[in-house]
Ligand binder design. Structure first.
Ligand code: FAD
Ligand code: GLY
Length: 391
């Protein structure tokens, strides 16, 4: 009977990053159980932006967590290149956040004030200065914020790198293996049950994204409330390189990739566990993209895809120990920022498991702090998200 030191349920960016970090810390028997295929859910669908400043409009613990993780990326990318030979295309030319009308400008100016006050690296640019940085931005732009410290990675290459790390280092991966429940003995989680097998383990991590709330401990659902929020994206392949930076508007964003593609995202839809794409989604994404850059109009859509963001109470991550079980952990609900938050999540969870060192973030974003909240909080929030756009 095989017993893992640590069993990770879920093979997205979070599960894979935790597996790598555990291995680097000397854990030898690591197993990842994946319901479908490694790295093909939200982590594959993402835009890869590392945007703590453009994606947050308050200065709080979540913002600090996002910033801390962003600053880990240069080392993370360099190490992964060294370990696996895969370049995850960390692109550090910064992010623009545009305004096109009076309402956009009032949001933008309020942001600028608190961010400047908080010491964020942000520049307030006129329309002319914006067009000097990105000449394909619409001439209708009124002003913009420039964030030199908001970057991007090619998230699909990040998944390839993490997967290769696992293969090169003896981390066992079982695909098409869905965990139904965790089983306990003597007050500990001792294993995970699929429809036909039981996997025994010393410690367990649930990195199960939008599906986390389906898992049970014995017969009781885990006390973690997560639901899927669909994001659709499209991409174009213009004949020439048009942009060097990620460009946001309050209605969407575009992300230029090194291979010449331009990604446009993303819808925010409360449609359950349905990751199909829709014509209406594509139409709205084209509208948002062509508002940012009219020259994208008329280009063929080369890919249209969708993924399910894991949305927890308040849109905040859930990180830490499972209440009542000192050897079971959760790392989920990264919602819009799971690519950004992967390195810090892996660090915090692995320090807890291996070194038994806790962090203030595990208290702030722990299961207990969310378990008392009611699922109804989610349903108060979600109608406002329905088919709104990013920004
Ligand atoms: P997932 O990648 O969904 O992985 C969870 C895995 O667990 C899945 O493979 C699933 O099959 C498996 N699983 C679930 N239940 C079980 C079970 N019972 N047994 C076994 N396996 C199970 N984030 C950013 O930081 N920057 C961005 O620019 C960005 N853009 C995004 C754009 C879109 C359109 C979307 C949809 C998301 C975006 N995100 C972005 C968010 C980011 O993709 C997610 O937060 C992140 O991928 C979550 O990672 P994860 O590993 O928790 O989830
Ligand atoms: N962070 C971008 C998105 O979730 O669409």
């Amino acid at each position: 009977m095989a017993i893992s030191d640590v069993l990770i349920v879920g093979g997205g960016v979070i599960g894979l990053s935790i597996a790598r970090e555990l291995h680097r810390k000397g854990v030898s028997q690591i197993t990842i159980l994946e319901r479908v295929s490694i790295g093909r859910e939200a982590s594959y669908a993402a835009a890869g932006m590392l945007a703590p400043n453009a994606e947050n409009d308050t200065h709080d613990d979540f913002y600090d967590l996002c910033s801390a993780s962003c600053s880990m990326y240069p080392e993370f990318a360099a190490e992964l290149l060294d370990e696996t030979g895969v370049d995850i295309e960390l692109e550090r030319s910064g992010t623009l956040y545009l305004s096109f009308n009076e309402e956009d400008s009032s949001v933008l100016n309020r942001r600028y004030l608190w961010q400047r006050e908080a010491g964020v690296a942000v520049e307030h640019l006129s329309a002319e200065e914006t067009l000097e940085l990105e000449s394909f931005v619409s001439p209708d732009v009124r002003e913009s914020l420039f964030y030199p410290d908001d970057w991007q990675v090619e998230n699909r290459k990040l998944l390839t790198a993490l997967w290769r790390y696992a293969k090169l280092n003896g981390i066992e991966i079982r695909e098409q293996t869905e965990v139904r429940s965790l089983i306990t003995g003597n007050g500990k989680v001792i294993g995970a049950k699929t429809s036909g097998e039981t996997f025994f383990t010393g410690s367990t991590v649930l990195a199960t994204g939008a599906w986390t709330s389906f898992i049970k401990i014995d017969d009781v659902p885990v006390p973690v409330n997560v639901k899927p929020i669909r994001g659709q994206m499209i991409s174009f392949h213009p004949p020439q390189q048009m942009f060097s930076k990620v460009v946001f508007s309050p209605r969407g964003y575009i992300v230029p990739r090194m291979d010449g593609r331009v990604l446009s995202g993303a819808t925010v839809e409360d449609t359950g566990f349905d990751r199909s794409t829709t014509e209406d989604g594509a139409r709205q994404l084209v509208m948002a993209a062509t508002e940012i850059a009219p020259s994208l109009a008329g280009l063929d859509i080369v890919e249209h895809w969708a993924g399910l963001r894991p949305f927890g109470v308040g849109g905040l991550p859930v990180l830490g120990e499972m209440p009542g079980y000192a050897n079971a952990f959760v790392a989920t609900a990264h919602f819009r920022n799971g690519i950004l938050l992967a390195p810090v999540t892996a660090k915090l969870i692995c320090e807890k498991i291996v070194d038994e060192v806790s962090s203030k973030y595990l208290d702030i974003f722990g299961v207990e702090s969310k378990a008392s909240s009611k699922f109804s909080v989610l349903f108060v929030l979600v109608p406002f998200l329905f088919f709104s756009f990013s920004g």
